[in-house]
Design a protein around this ligand. Structure first.
Ligand code: NAD
Ligand code: UDP
Length: 311
Protein backbone atom coordinates (compact mmCIF):
# COMPACT_ATOMS: atom_id res chain seq x y z
CA UNK A 1 0.00 0.00 0.00
CA UNK A 2 1.32 3.46 -0.92
CA UNK A 3 2.28 5.33 2.27
CA UNK A 4 2.71 9.08 2.63
CA UNK A 5 6.11 9.62 4.25
CA UNK A 6 7.69 12.82 5.55
CA UNK A 7 11.52 12.90 5.58
CA UNK A 8 12.99 15.89 7.44
CA UNK A 9 16.56 16.65 6.38
CA UNK A 10 15.65 14.83 3.17
CA UNK A 11 18.04 16.86 0.98
CA UNK A 12 21.03 15.84 3.10
CA UNK A 13 23.41 12.95 2.54
CA UNK A 14 21.44 10.16 4.26
CA UNK A 15 18.02 11.78 3.77
CA UNK A 16 18.39 11.90 0.00
CA UNK A 17 19.24 8.17 -0.20
CA UNK A 18 16.25 7.45 2.01
CA UNK A 19 13.86 9.57 -0.10
CA UNK A 20 14.99 7.76 -3.25
CA UNK A 21 14.58 4.29 -1.73
CA UNK A 22 11.13 5.10 -0.27
CA UNK A 23 9.95 6.46 -3.63
CA UNK A 24 11.32 3.39 -5.44
CA UNK A 25 9.29 1.23 -3.08
CA UNK A 26 6.13 2.97 -4.34
CA UNK A 27 5.55 5.50 -1.56
CA UNK A 28 4.67 9.18 -1.67
CA UNK A 29 7.55 11.19 -0.19
CA UNK A 30 7.58 14.73 1.20
CA UNK A 31 11.14 15.96 1.63
CA UNK A 32 11.55 18.88 4.03
CA UNK A 33 14.85 20.74 4.37
CA UNK A 34 16.27 24.18 5.13
CA UNK A 35 19.38 23.43 2.99
CA UNK A 36 21.84 24.24 5.79
CA UNK A 37 24.09 21.28 4.94
CA UNK A 38 21.87 19.59 2.37
CA UNK A 39 21.43 20.56 -1.24
CA UNK A 40 18.68 20.49 -3.84
CA UNK A 41 21.16 18.75 -6.13
CA UNK A 42 20.92 15.61 -3.95
CA UNK A 43 17.22 15.21 -4.83
CA UNK A 44 17.06 17.10 -8.16
CA UNK A 45 16.63 13.81 -10.03
CA UNK A 46 13.48 13.07 -8.00
CA UNK A 47 11.77 16.36 -8.84
CA UNK A 48 9.20 15.66 -11.53
CA UNK A 49 8.15 12.40 -9.96
CA UNK A 50 4.49 13.12 -9.14
CA UNK A 51 4.87 11.31 -5.81
CA UNK A 52 7.78 13.50 -4.64
CA UNK A 53 7.41 16.91 -3.00
CA UNK A 54 10.27 19.17 -1.89
CA UNK A 55 9.55 21.79 0.77
CA UNK A 56 11.90 24.44 2.17
CA UNK A 57 11.20 24.57 5.90
CA UNK A 58 13.12 24.77 9.17
CA UNK A 59 12.16 22.09 11.71
CA UNK A 60 12.57 24.54 14.58
CA UNK A 61 9.25 26.01 13.35
CA UNK A 62 5.99 24.00 13.54
CA UNK A 63 4.92 22.21 10.38
CA UNK A 64 1.55 20.67 9.59
CA UNK A 65 0.87 17.97 7.05
CA UNK A 66 -0.85 14.58 6.82
CA UNK A 67 1.51 11.60 6.75
CA UNK A 68 1.66 7.94 7.79
CA UNK A 69 5.32 7.98 8.78
CA UNK A 70 7.97 10.57 9.67
CA UNK A 71 11.73 10.03 9.45
CA UNK A 72 13.28 12.87 11.49
CA UNK A 73 16.74 13.23 9.93
CA UNK A 74 17.14 17.03 10.06
CA UNK A 75 20.33 18.07 11.87
CA UNK A 76 23.84 18.93 10.72
CA UNK A 77 25.98 15.86 11.39
CA UNK A 78 29.56 16.92 10.71
CA UNK A 79 31.43 18.44 13.70
CA UNK A 80 32.53 21.52 11.73
CA UNK A 81 28.97 22.24 10.64
CA UNK A 82 27.20 21.47 13.93
CA UNK A 83 29.76 23.60 15.80
CA UNK A 84 29.33 26.54 13.38
CA UNK A 85 26.16 27.68 15.19
CA UNK A 86 25.90 25.45 18.28
CA UNK A 87 22.75 27.11 19.65
CA UNK A 88 20.99 26.49 16.35
CA UNK A 89 22.16 22.86 16.44
CA UNK A 90 20.57 22.38 19.87
CA UNK A 91 17.37 24.07 18.67
CA UNK A 92 17.26 21.84 15.59
CA UNK A 93 17.51 18.67 17.68
CA UNK A 94 15.26 19.75 20.53
CA UNK A 95 12.66 22.05 18.95
CA UNK A 96 12.73 19.91 15.80
CA UNK A 97 11.88 16.86 17.93
CA UNK A 98 9.11 18.73 19.78
CA UNK A 99 7.59 19.95 16.51
CA UNK A 100 7.78 16.58 14.76
CA UNK A 101 6.55 14.64 17.80
CA UNK A 102 3.65 17.08 18.18
CA UNK A 103 2.80 16.49 14.53
CA UNK A 104 3.10 12.70 14.90
CA UNK A 105 0.82 12.82 17.94
CA UNK A 106 -1.81 14.91 16.14
CA UNK A 107 -1.88 12.88 12.93
CA UNK A 108 -1.14 9.52 14.63
CA UNK A 109 1.93 8.90 12.47
CA UNK A 110 4.83 6.58 13.30
CA UNK A 111 8.01 8.59 13.83
CA UNK A 112 11.68 7.54 13.63
CA UNK A 113 14.47 9.61 15.15
CA UNK A 114 17.94 9.68 13.59
CA UNK A 115 19.88 9.48 16.84
CA UNK A 116 23.59 8.83 16.97
CA UNK A 117 26.44 6.89 18.50
CA UNK A 118 27.48 10.31 19.88
CA UNK A 119 24.95 9.74 22.70
CA UNK A 120 27.68 7.39 24.04
CA UNK A 121 30.21 10.27 23.96
CA UNK A 122 33.83 9.15 24.44
CA UNK A 123 32.72 5.66 25.51
CA UNK A 124 34.18 3.75 28.43
CA UNK A 125 32.30 0.60 27.37
CA UNK A 126 33.49 -1.05 24.18
CA UNK A 127 31.79 -2.08 21.91
CA UNK A 128 28.77 0.06 22.76
CA UNK A 129 25.47 -1.64 23.62
CA UNK A 130 22.16 0.20 23.81
CA UNK A 131 22.19 -0.28 27.60
CA UNK A 132 25.33 1.86 27.99
CA UNK A 133 24.41 5.38 29.27
CA UNK A 134 27.42 7.08 27.76
CA UNK A 135 30.26 9.37 28.78
CA UNK A 136 29.42 12.82 27.47
CA UNK A 137 30.87 16.21 28.40
CA UNK A 138 27.79 18.44 28.79
CA UNK A 139 29.81 21.65 28.31
CA UNK A 140 32.28 20.50 25.64
CA UNK A 141 32.41 21.56 21.99
CA UNK A 142 30.44 18.48 20.94
CA UNK A 143 27.71 19.03 23.56
CA UNK A 144 25.46 20.99 21.19
CA UNK A 145 25.13 17.85 19.09
CA UNK A 146 25.48 15.07 21.70
CA UNK A 147 23.22 16.63 24.33
CA UNK A 148 20.76 17.85 21.69
CA UNK A 149 20.42 14.27 20.43
CA UNK A 150 20.18 12.90 24.00
CA UNK A 151 17.41 15.37 24.80
CA UNK A 152 15.64 14.38 21.57
CA UNK A 153 15.75 10.73 22.70
CA UNK A 154 14.24 11.78 26.06
CA UNK A 155 11.49 13.67 24.22
CA UNK A 156 10.77 10.69 21.98
CA UNK A 157 10.48 8.18 24.84
CA UNK A 158 8.29 10.53 26.87
CA UNK A 159 5.91 11.27 23.98
CA UNK A 160 5.62 7.50 23.75
CA UNK A 161 5.05 6.94 27.49
CA UNK A 162 2.78 9.91 28.05
CA UNK A 163 0.92 10.14 24.72
CA UNK A 164 1.34 6.69 23.14
CA UNK A 165 3.13 8.13 20.12
CA UNK A 166 4.58 5.29 18.04
CA UNK A 167 8.32 6.01 18.12
CA UNK A 168 11.51 4.39 16.83
CA UNK A 169 14.93 5.55 18.02
CA UNK A 170 17.82 4.58 15.71
CA UNK A 171 21.38 5.17 16.94
CA UNK A 172 23.40 5.63 13.77
CA UNK A 173 27.15 4.95 13.75
CA UNK A 174 29.53 6.71 11.30
CA UNK A 175 27.93 6.42 7.87
CA UNK A 176 29.52 7.33 4.54
CA UNK A 177 28.83 7.05 0.84
CA UNK A 178 28.04 8.89 -2.38
CA UNK A 179 26.35 12.31 -2.02
CA UNK A 180 28.38 13.37 1.01
CA UNK A 181 29.16 17.02 0.40
CA UNK A 182 32.82 17.47 -0.68
CA UNK A 183 33.17 20.13 2.05
CA UNK A 184 31.24 18.07 4.60
CA UNK A 185 34.32 17.84 6.83
CA UNK A 186 33.84 14.27 8.00
CA UNK A 187 36.75 11.91 7.72
CA UNK A 188 35.78 9.67 4.80
CA UNK A 189 34.85 12.49 2.44
CA UNK A 190 37.82 14.62 3.58
CA UNK A 191 40.35 11.84 2.92
CA UNK A 192 38.89 10.87 -0.47
CA UNK A 193 38.71 14.48 -1.70
CA UNK A 194 42.25 15.17 -0.43
CA UNK A 195 43.58 12.00 -2.08
CA UNK A 196 41.89 12.71 -5.42
CA UNK A 197 43.21 16.28 -5.46
CA UNK A 198 46.70 15.20 -4.41
CA UNK A 199 46.47 17.35 -1.26
CA UNK A 200 47.84 16.36 2.14
CA UNK A 201 45.70 13.85 4.06
CA UNK A 202 44.91 15.52 7.39
CA UNK A 203 44.91 13.13 10.34
CA UNK A 204 43.78 14.78 13.58
CA UNK A 205 45.82 13.47 16.53
CA UNK A 206 48.02 10.40 16.06
CA UNK A 207 45.43 8.49 14.03
CA UNK A 208 45.07 5.71 16.60
CA UNK A 209 41.48 6.67 17.43
CA UNK A 210 38.98 4.25 15.91
CA UNK A 211 35.65 4.44 14.11
CA UNK A 212 33.39 1.79 12.57
CA UNK A 213 32.23 2.85 9.13
CA UNK A 214 28.89 1.89 7.66
CA UNK A 215 27.91 2.25 3.99
CA UNK A 216 24.78 4.33 3.47
CA UNK A 217 22.72 1.59 1.73
CA UNK A 218 23.07 -0.65 4.80
CA UNK A 219 21.86 2.18 7.02
CA UNK A 220 18.83 2.92 4.83
CA UNK A 221 17.87 -0.78 4.92
CA UNK A 222 18.17 -0.76 8.74
CA UNK A 223 16.09 2.42 9.05
CA UNK A 224 13.24 1.04 6.93
CA UNK A 225 13.26 -2.27 8.79
CA UNK A 226 13.08 -0.42 12.11
CA UNK A 227 10.21 1.78 10.89
CA UNK A 228 8.33 -1.36 9.80
CA UNK A 229 8.50 -3.07 13.22
CA UNK A 230 5.43 -3.41 15.43
CA UNK A 231 4.43 -0.65 17.84
CA UNK A 232 6.04 -2.46 20.80
CA UNK A 233 9.52 -1.81 19.33
CA UNK A 234 10.66 1.69 20.26
CA UNK A 235 14.43 1.21 20.27
CA UNK A 236 16.96 2.59 20.82
CA UNK A 237 18.64 0.26 18.34
CA UNK A 238 22.24 0.60 17.14
CA UNK A 239 22.60 0.62 13.36
CA UNK A 240 26.24 0.44 12.34
CA UNK A 241 28.96 -1.74 10.89
CA UNK A 242 31.07 -3.42 13.61
CA UNK A 243 34.20 -3.40 11.39
CA UNK A 244 36.49 -1.11 13.43
CA UNK A 245 39.46 0.75 11.91
CA UNK A 246 41.95 3.32 13.13
CA UNK A 247 41.89 6.65 11.31
CA UNK A 248 45.46 5.92 10.20
CA UNK A 249 44.32 2.64 8.62
CA UNK A 250 41.53 4.52 6.83
CA UNK A 251 43.99 7.09 5.47
CA UNK A 252 46.31 4.36 4.19
CA UNK A 253 43.41 2.50 2.58
CA UNK A 254 42.16 5.62 0.80
CA UNK A 255 45.66 6.44 -0.50
CA UNK A 256 46.11 2.89 -1.76
CA UNK A 257 42.65 2.65 -3.38
CA UNK A 258 42.90 6.00 -5.15
CA UNK A 259 46.55 5.45 -6.16
CA UNK A 260 47.20 8.93 -4.76
CA UNK A 261 50.60 10.51 -4.14
CA UNK A 262 49.19 12.48 -1.19
CA UNK A 263 51.22 12.60 2.03
CA UNK A 264 49.76 12.04 5.48
CA UNK A 265 50.10 15.04 7.83
CA UNK A 266 49.19 15.13 11.51
CA UNK A 267 47.16 18.01 12.97
CA UNK A 268 45.93 18.67 16.52
CA UNK A 269 43.12 16.45 17.79
CA UNK A 270 39.92 18.47 18.44
CA UNK A 271 38.77 18.43 22.08
CA UNK A 272 36.47 15.61 23.22
CA UNK A 273 37.15 13.61 20.04
CA UNK A 274 36.10 10.04 21.00
CA UNK A 275 39.01 7.55 21.16
CA UNK A 276 37.05 4.51 20.04
CA UNK A 277 33.69 3.57 18.64
CA UNK A 278 32.19 0.25 17.63
CA UNK A 279 28.55 -0.80 17.69
CA UNK A 280 27.23 -3.93 19.31
CA UNK A 281 24.47 -4.83 16.83
CA UNK A 282 22.97 -7.87 18.58
CA UNK A 283 19.62 -6.09 18.98
CA UNK A 284 19.42 -5.13 15.30
CA UNK A 285 20.27 -8.72 14.31
CA UNK A 286 17.68 -10.21 16.64
CA UNK A 287 14.82 -7.73 16.19
CA UNK A 288 15.30 -6.49 12.62
CA UNK A 289 17.14 -9.53 11.18
CA UNK A 290 19.52 -6.90 9.88
CA UNK A 291 23.27 -6.72 9.56
CA UNK A 292 25.48 -4.67 7.27
CA UNK A 293 26.32 -6.28 3.93
CA UNK A 294 28.86 -3.85 2.46
CA UNK A 295 32.43 -4.10 3.73
CA UNK A 296 34.63 -1.00 3.95
CA UNK A 297 36.63 -1.75 0.77
CA UNK A 298 33.51 -2.15 -1.35
CA UNK A 299 31.82 0.93 0.13
CA UNK A 300 34.97 3.04 -0.24
CA UNK A 301 35.36 1.98 -3.85
CA UNK A 302 31.76 3.10 -4.64
CA UNK A 303 32.31 6.36 -2.76
CA UNK A 304 35.61 7.06 -4.53
CA UNK A 305 33.84 6.52 -7.89
CA UNK A 306 31.23 9.11 -6.85
CA UNK A 307 33.81 11.71 -5.79
CA UNK A 308 35.75 11.19 -9.05
CA UNK A 309 32.71 12.59 -10.85
CA UNK A 310 32.56 15.80 -8.79
CA UNK A 311 36.09 16.84 -7.73
P1 NAD B 1 23.66 16.04 6.49
O1 NAD B 1 24.24 17.25 7.11
O2 NAD B 1 24.09 15.69 5.09
O3 NAD B 1 22.07 16.10 6.48
C1 NAD B 1 21.31 16.81 7.42
C2 NAD B 1 20.18 17.50 6.67
O4 NAD B 1 19.36 18.23 7.62
C3 NAD B 1 20.68 18.55 5.66
O5 NAD B 1 20.00 18.42 4.45
C4 NAD B 1 20.37 19.89 6.34
O6 NAD B 1 20.19 20.94 5.42
C5 NAD B 1 19.11 19.53 7.10
N1 NAD B 1 18.85 20.43 8.24
C6 NAD B 1 19.73 20.84 9.19
N2 NAD B 1 19.12 21.65 10.07
C7 NAD B 1 17.83 21.74 9.66
C8 NAD B 1 16.70 22.46 10.14
N3 NAD B 1 16.78 23.24 11.23
N4 NAD B 1 15.52 22.34 9.48
C9 NAD B 1 15.43 21.58 8.36
N5 NAD B 1 16.47 20.89 7.85
C10 NAD B 1 17.65 20.97 8.50
O7 NAD B 1 23.97 14.83 7.48
P2 NAD B 1 23.64 13.27 7.38
O8 NAD B 1 24.91 12.53 7.56
O9 NAD B 1 22.80 12.98 6.20
O10 NAD B 1 22.80 13.06 8.71
C11 NAD B 1 21.39 12.88 8.72
C12 NAD B 1 20.92 12.57 10.12
O11 NAD B 1 21.55 11.36 10.58
C13 NAD B 1 21.26 13.67 11.13
O12 NAD B 1 20.18 13.80 12.03
C14 NAD B 1 22.48 13.10 11.83
O13 NAD B 1 22.59 13.60 13.13
C15 NAD B 1 22.20 11.61 11.82
N6 NAD B 1 23.44 10.83 11.93
C16 NAD B 1 24.29 10.75 10.87
C17 NAD B 1 25.47 10.03 11.02
C18 NAD B 1 26.46 9.86 9.90
O14 NAD B 1 27.52 9.30 10.12
N7 NAD B 1 26.19 10.29 8.68
C19 NAD B 1 25.78 9.41 12.25
C20 NAD B 1 24.89 9.54 13.31
C21 NAD B 1 23.71 10.25 13.13
N1 UDP C 1 39.37 13.19 11.33
C1 UDP C 1 40.66 13.29 10.82
N2 UDP C 1 40.85 14.07 9.72
C2 UDP C 1 39.85 14.71 9.07
C3 UDP C 1 38.52 14.60 9.59
C4 UDP C 1 38.33 13.82 10.73
O1 UDP C 1 41.59 12.71 11.35
O2 UDP C 1 40.11 15.38 8.07
C5 UDP C 1 39.15 12.33 12.52
C6 UDP C 1 38.36 13.00 13.64
O3 UDP C 1 39.23 13.72 14.50
C7 UDP C 1 37.74 11.77 14.31
C8 UDP C 1 37.52 10.80 13.16
O4 UDP C 1 38.37 11.23 12.11
O5 UDP C 1 38.66 11.20 15.21
C9 UDP C 1 36.07 10.78 12.66
O6 UDP C 1 35.70 12.11 12.42
P1 UDP C 1 34.30 12.53 11.79
O7 UDP C 1 34.20 14.01 11.85
O8 UDP C 1 34.13 11.86 10.47
O9 UDP C 1 33.20 11.84 12.74
P2 UDP C 1 32.99 11.76 14.34
O10 UDP C 1 34.20 12.28 15.04
O11 UDP C 1 31.79 12.59 14.60
O12 UDP C 1 32.80 10.32 14.57
Amino acid sequence: MKKKILVTGGAGFIGSHLCERLLNEGNEVICLDNYFTGQKANVAHLIGNPYFELIRHDVTMPFFIEADEIYNMACPASPIHYQYNPIKTIKTSVMGAVNMLGLAKRIKAKILQASTSEVYGDPLEHPQTEEYWGHVNPIGLRACYDEGKRCAEALFINYHRQNNVRIKIMRIFNTYGPKMHPNDGRVVSNFIVQALKGNDITIYGDGHQTRSFQYVDDLVEGAIRLMNTGDEITGPINIGNPGEFTILELAEKVIQMTGSKSKIVFQPLPSDDPMQRQPNISKAKEILHWEPKIALDEGLSRTIDFFKTIV
